[in-house]
Design a protein around this ligand. Structure first.
Ligand code: NAI
Length: 291
C-alpha cells in the first residue's frame, strides 16, 4: 500500500475515509480549506483509532501505525504526490468542479480523481475537466469505518481501468464495493429519499413526534435508525443538499420535493450531531426539541 491517498475535505466523511485509508497502510494527506479543520479531522481520527483499539477491533500497534500514516496538507499543491485523491467537500456542483479543475493542474496524469458525492452526477462533475475519464465516484457511507458498502460510480466518460482500480481499492480496504451508473442519488440515496421525505411529511401533518416515529421504525419496522435520527447523523445541510440535487436532476419530480422543515433547520444552523442540535439535542444538558 505505497500509493499516497489524498483526502480533500476533512469533515464527517473525509475524516472517516482518511482513517480507513491509513488503517490499510497508505500514506494519507488531508487537506481542508476550513480554519483548523485538518487538525480537528486528525484529532477525531486519532480518537476513532483509539476507540477501535480499546474495543479490540484493531491492535494498539495497528492504531499507532495508522496514526503515523496521517499528515495534514496546508495547500492543494502538497497533494502532487498522490496516486488517488478522494474529494469529500460540500455537496455543491460548482465547488466540486472548481476543486477538481485545480487538482488537474497539480497531480500526475496517472492520478485517479474520486468523488464521495452522495448524489451529484459524476458525468456532470467530470464534464468540466480536461481529462474527464479520470473521475470516478467512490461513495462511502456514514460512519465510514463501520459501514462496508461503497458505491463505485461510472460517469459516461469514466475510464474502465480507473473504475476497476477504485473498486479494487475499496475491496483492499475491507469494503464491499458495488458498481453503479451515474443516475441521480445512485442506488442508496435514491432509494432512501422516500424514507426521509415521508418521515418529514408525517411530521408536517403532526401525526407524531420525531422520537416516537424513530422508535416505531426502529423497534417495529426493523430499521437500524429512524428517519430523524438518521438525518441528524448525516447532517441536515448534506441531506437537504442531496434532496435538492435529486429533485433537480429528476426534473422537479414532486416525489423528491425538499422539505421546508428541513430547510428551516439548515437556516438555523441546527445541522444535527455535527452542531450538537438538529431534531434532537446532542449535548450533555437537556434542551427541548425545536420541532
Ligand atoms: P462536512 O460538512 O462534515 O465536511 C465537509 C468539509 O469540507 C468541511 O470540513 C469543509 O471545511 C470542507 N470543505 C468545503 N469546501 C472545501 C473546499 N473547496 N476545499 C477543501 N475543503 C472544503 O460534510 P460531509 O458530511 O463530510 O460530506 C462531504 C461529502 O460527502 C458531500 O459531498 C456529501 O454529500 C458526501 N457524503 C456525506 C454523507 C453523510 O452521511 N454526511 C454520506 C456519504 C457521502
Amino acid at each position: 500500500m505505497d500509493t499516497t491517498v489524498a483526502v480533500v475535505g476533512g469533515g464527517t466523511m473525509g475524516a472517516g475515509i482518511a482513517q480507513v485509508a491509513a488503517t490499510a497502510g497508505h500514506p494519507v494527506l488531508i487537506y481542508d480549506s476550513g480554519e483548523g479543520a485538518c487538525a480537528r479531522a486528525i484529532a477525531s481520527i486519532r480518537l476513532g483509532l483509539d476507540r477501535l483499539a480499546s474495543r479490540g477491533k484493531i491492535t494498539r500497534e495497528q492504531a499507532e501505525k495508522a496514526n503515523d500514516c496521517l499528515a495534514p496538507a496546508t495547500s492543494l499543491r502538497e497533494l502532487a504526490c498522490a496516486g488517488l485523491v478522494i474529494e469529500a467537500i460540500v455537496e455543491q456542483l460548482p465547488a466540486k468542479q472548481e476543486l477538481f479543475g485545480k487538482l488537474e493542474d497539480i497531480v500526475s496524469p496517472e492520478c485517479i480523481l474520486a468523488s464521495n458525492t452522495s448524489s451529484i452526477s459524476i458525468t456532470r462533475i467530470a464534464a468540466s475537466l480536461r481529462h474527464p475519464q479520470r473521475l470516478v465516484g467512490m461513495h462511502f457511507f456514514n460512519p465510514v469505518p463501520q459501514m462496508e458498502l461503497v458505491e463505485v460510480i461510472r460517469g459516461l466518460a469514466s475510464d474502465a481501468a480507473a473504475v476497476q482500480c477504485v473498486h479494487d481499492t475499496a475491496l483492499a480496504w475491507g469494503k464491499t464495493p458495488v458498481f453503479a451508473s451515474s443516475t441521480p442519488g445512485f442506488i442508496v440515496n435514491r432509494l432512501a429519499r422516500p424514507y426521509y421525505a415521508e418521515g418529514l411529511r408525517v411530521l408536517n401533518e403532526r401525526a407524531s413526534r420525531p422520537a416516537t416515529i424513530d422508535a416505531v421504525m426502529r423497534e417495529s419496522g426493523g430499521f437500524r435508525m429512524g428517519p430523524f435520527e438518521l438525518m441528524d447523523l448525516i447532517g441536515h445541510d448534506v441531506n437537504f443538499a442531496v434532496t435538492q440535487s435529486v429533485f433537480q436532476a429528476c426534473f422537479n419530480d414532486p416525489r423528491f420535493t425538499p422539505s421546508l422543515i428541513q430547510q428551516e433547520l439548515v437556516h438555523a444552523g441546527y445541522l444535527g450531531r455535527k452542531t450538537g442540535r438538529g431534531f434532537y439535542h446532542h449535548g450533555p444538558e437537556h434542551v427541548p426539541p425545536p420541532i
